[in-house]
Design a protein around this ligand. Sequence first.
Ligand code: TYM
Length: 337
Amino acid sequence: MADVKRKRVLSGIQPTHDSFHLGNYLGALKQWVALQESHDAFYCVVDLHALTVGPDPVELRRRTLASAAQLIAIGIDPTKSTLFIQSHVPAHNQLAWIMECLTGFGEAGRMTQFKDKSAKSGADRTVVGLFTYPILQAADILLYQADQVPVGEDQRQHIELTRDLGQRFNSKYGQTFTIPEGYILKSGAKINDLQDPTSKMSKSSASQSGVIELMDAPEVNLKKIKSAMTDTGREVIFDEKNKAGISNLLTIYTAITGLTVDAAQNDFDGKGYGDFKSAVAEVVVDFLTPIRSKAQELLQDPAHLTAILQEGAAKANAVASVTLAETYEALGLIPRA
Ligand code: TYM
């Protein structure tokens, strides 16, 4: 049988904190790991996107390497996936400019993440990079001719913009880009904060007490889950409207154990919230403990990590430079040689 060309996936994660959280993992990263078995996978640590929050250089450097270490620790295999740092591939910025010239000002202004973040800080303290953030993201994706983009629910609108920009370019300048689809799970695409179970778990939450970090000590996560906010009543049933806290914990529990919600509900039939929270805490901690150790071990050898990322950058550059050359050609930019 002829070798069928594998579909391509691309995704990215920001190195804005020392640790990823369980929302990142269940919403996106778990799918990154699974998809590398069946797809030609490109995964990047999007350090340029992280500049929109004005990070301290020492922290950014540390967090970028810590991000790569965590990705390998959760199961991204650099022999199967191309793992790289966004700023190592200059074509991301180059294509972003071209996409900026195709994006309407109003269109960019309608991005809800931009609206929410800029509303919080006010116009004078909102950087232009935050406004163009989704356009750089579109460039990340289009550059690799990705078919699918595994992300959490909060990225749906950015993927839609990417599709619009790709289609706009293709219809104006001729077929150049693959139009990608979001790969967004039905369950797990939005993990909520354990203390505020109607808001998403987020690295930028005011309080970290409802955020489960991959790199936190097991006892810290155990405590956070055991003190998760629950609802009135005592039955463990999935009901997002009336039992947001329990439903969120059920989503986490089933995503990690692989059980169905029905099976989990049956297992806890007649037991109270306390028993259920202890069980969730146990499976989460058992799952995260080896990941944390593996990431810590990888961080002991930064030279090895750097070598992996350099190899990834070479592979990524090879693909990205072809797309960029085709894009320049389609636009009528004169090649240098
Ligand atoms: P970032 O770093 O903010 O988030 C990384 C991934 O985690 C998902 N996520 C969640 N999923 C479920 N529940 C949550 N509470 C939760 N919080 C975060 C996000 O949806 C994301 O998939 N803009 C991207 C970074 C990016 C990118 C790209 C993604 C830049 N370029 C190209 C895909 C393709 C982001 O949100 O990163």
